[in-house]
Design a protein around this ligand. Structure first.
Ligand SMILES: [Zn+2]
Length: 331
């Protein structure tokens, strides 16, 4: 269990997929005082190689070190130190959609401390707290083995952040990472990824163009929903416990963003000379081949603009367009 003497903090990255969280977690994870876990809530699926649950066709079941998670030296040591079993214990939500909605409402209205009290007499919330506490047993083990003061969890989902925040309110801070909704939606349906938004609609007789349009609309809706939910809970937190980053600013002004995050979330304990490392990391849900080479090459990926059509603009729609311009993206 997490005890008072465990002096570490969780920096949680919430974002939609395809928003640049890999770059951000790598930037922070390059520091000696930081360990980056990647999308930790999915450790069970990765450990058991549950490919169906992992879904993203681009993901392998490997740790970013290249080994399978079940064979990775880092995660083996962490598992045994934590006293948990990655194939059996739960690290993510275990309740249905109604109870998740209820959890969000209670958190929004009453904050983490009262939500935690509710878990004492409402069993579905107690179940959620059990998963969150399991996550902290693992974080505590990482802290013990690596002496890291900060642990990056980039599980992305804002709901999972709420679970961690409720279990240990004083130990978790939030980074909200956003990117131009057009870029996110276009990138989400590129290549193999389109399957993620198609459901079972491979049926014959439907023309390919209409499938593409529908998948694109689903990706837009998903971006809107994730972004709004994330912002609602972002602004619910005290300002010292949260930080807002735009992907585009991160890429074009890496030094500046680094300094801001450092002073706001890390008590200026990060080392500016250590900004990006090529050392092996042990993150869940990342791609092992990335960020091994030259970091001076990082540029905004705006290749989506080449493929952006009037149809896309129409499908992006009024609602997404308003949200996008509220975030400061010019139409
Ligand atoms: Zn590894």
């Amino acid at each position: 269990m997490v005890q008072e003497k465990d002096l570490f903090e969780i920096i949680y990255i919430a974002s939609a997929n395809r928003s640049g969280s890999t770059l951000l977690e790598h930037l922070l994870g390059s520091q000696d005082v930081v360990v980056n876990c990647g999308e930790f809530r999915r450790i069970g699926d990765f450990y058991s190689e549950n490919k169906k649950a992992i879904r993203d066709p681009q993901n392998t079941t490997a740790c970013t070190c290249g080994e399978k998670v079940s064979h990775c030296d880092f995660w083996s040591k962490v598992q045994s130190e934590s006293g948990l079993d990655f194939s059996k214990d739960k690290f993510t939500s275990q309740v249905n959609a109604v109870n998740r909605l209820l959890f969000k409402i209670v958190f929004f209205l009453f904050g983490p401390r009262l939500t935690r009290k509710t878990a004492n007499f409402y069993p579905p919330f107690a179940l959620e707290m059990k998963s969150a506490k399991n996550c902290f047993r693992v974080f505590s083990a990482i802290h013990k083995l690596n002496k890291a003061k900060y642990i990056i969890d980039s599980s992305k989902m804002i709901y999972h952040f709420l679970l961690l925040k409720t279990a240990y309110p004083e130990k978790v801070k939030l980074i909200s990472l956003v990117r131009d909704g057009r870029a996110v939606s276009m990138s989400s349906v590129r290549g193999e990824r389109i399957k993620f938004f198609m459901g079972g609609r491979f049926a014959e007789g439907i023309n390919v163009q209409s499938i593409r349009q529908r998948a694109f609309r689903a990706a837009v809706k998903s971006w809107v929903s994730i972004t709004i939910q994330t912002l609602i809970f972002f602004y619910r937190l005290p300002s010292r416990e949260r930080f807002f980053i735009k992907y585009e600013k991160l890429v074009t002004g890496l030094n500046e963003v680094f300094e801001e995050i450092n002073s706001h979330l890390f008590d200026s304990e990060l080392n500016a000379n250590q900004k990006l490392s090529t050392e092996v990391s042990h993150a869940i849900g990342g791609s092992p081949s990335r960020f091994k080479s030259d970091f001076s090459e990082i540029k905004i990926d705006d290749s989506w603009r080449k493929y952006w059509t009037v149809d896309h603009k129409k499908a992006f729609g009024y609602f997404a367009a308003v949200l996008n311009s509220l975030l400061g993206y010019q139409q």
